[in-house]
Design a protein around this ligand. Sequence first.
Ligand SMILES: [Zn+2]
Length: 111
Amino acid sequence: MVNTSLIGEDYYKDFNATLGINDMSLVWGGLFDIGPPIGFFWSPPHKSHRKGTSVDIDRCAKSAVSENPNPQGICPEGWIKVNKRYIGEKCWEHGKGWLVPEATIHCEFPY
Ligand SMILES: [Zn+2]
């Protein structure tokens, strides 16, 4: 998804860190999962990720600099805590998307 790339680019510029993108469905719909022996087949709760409109963003982002002034939160050394509100604003800015309550940061774009 181009929208997701734009969110990642903005995040990198603003926080000097790389977002982890997960569980994205294919642009034309369908699961992006790669079955065995390379990967595994998805199971719930990711059944919703099949219309090409959903993406999960990790709660920790890998810092590109050694001394990153952004909050680390629960994230390990060298990573920073991703601000959910920031991602919500970028989901909207780059595709009129919105956050869906989930353990990760789930951005849903309109179909
Ligand atoms: Zn999700």
